[in-house]
Design a binder for this molecule. Structure first.
Ligand SMILES: Cc1cc2nc3c(=O)[nH]c(=O)nc-3n(C[C@H](O)[C@H](O)[C@H](O)COP(=O)(O)O)c2cc1C
Length: 191
């Protein structure tokens, strides 16, 4: 069974995207996957700086993230929407991982990685406008993004006190998305 890296694009305590990711993680574990996390709160990445990259190489936490993406068979990302676009936190992480600095690491770890992108928002669109930007950036880098579109609009009222998703249709589509993530990554990796 695949090793999956789970990344939330929010630092906020009580984040809807982190809550949605937790439900996705439970589904993946139930299907037999091993799930690792990467926490930007404890392992922050500096804003991408080409001079820093050139003169000092990749910062330690960037190297850690690149290593986690590399060893994962699949990645699931939950990303919020800010001003109809991606959050700087997540876009910055995608950008750092994409860097193939020959001096420090010759790899773009997104290349041929199977990735599921999901999003949640208190608004009516569920973060779909940001999700398309994350998807586009990841595909641009050679990732195979699972086509299923899972968005969670009106997220304020979407969870019960235990953090379960209340809407059965959303639960089903998330479960199908996670099943597809595991199936495609297993086939690609010959697992
Ligand atoms: C700067 C900023 C811009 C935002 N713009 C949008 C937006 O365009 N669309 C949207 O649905 N929510 C927007 N929001 C609201 C976020 O969806 C909300 O803060 C959400 O809780 C963030 O995700 P999280 O709960 O995972 O932290 C914005 C929030 C901030 C701080």
């Amino acid at each position: 069974m695949p090793i999956v890296l789970a990344i939330s694009g929010s630092l906020r305590t009580g984040s809807y995207n982190t809550s949605l990711l937790s439900v996705a993680i439970a589904m993946l574990v139930e299907k037999g996957a091993t799930v690792n996390g990467f926490d930007f709160k404890t392992m922050p990445l500096p804003i991408y700086d080409a001079d820093m990259e050139k003169n000092e190489g990749f910062p330690d936490n960037v190297l850690k993230l690149k290593a986690e993406v590399k060893r994962a068979d699949a990645v699931v990302i939950a990303g919020p929407e800010y001003n109809a676009g991606p959050t700087p936190l997540l876009k910055n992480a995608i950008d750092w991982v994409s860097r193939k600095n020959q001096q420090w690491s010759g790899e773009n770890e997104w290349d041929k990685k199977v990735v599921a992108v999901i999003s949640a928002s208190p608004g009516a669109f569920g973060g779909v406008r940001a999700q398309y930007v994350y998807r586009n950036s990841l595909s641009h880098n050679g990732a195979f993004v699972v086509p299923d579109l899972v968005t969670l609009p009106l997220a304020t009222d979407a969870f019960d006190v235990q953090g379960n998703l209340l809407n059965e249709r959303t639960k089903k589509s998330l479960d199908r998305n996670m099943a597809n993530l595991l199936e495609v990554s297993s086939r690609l990796r010959g697992l």
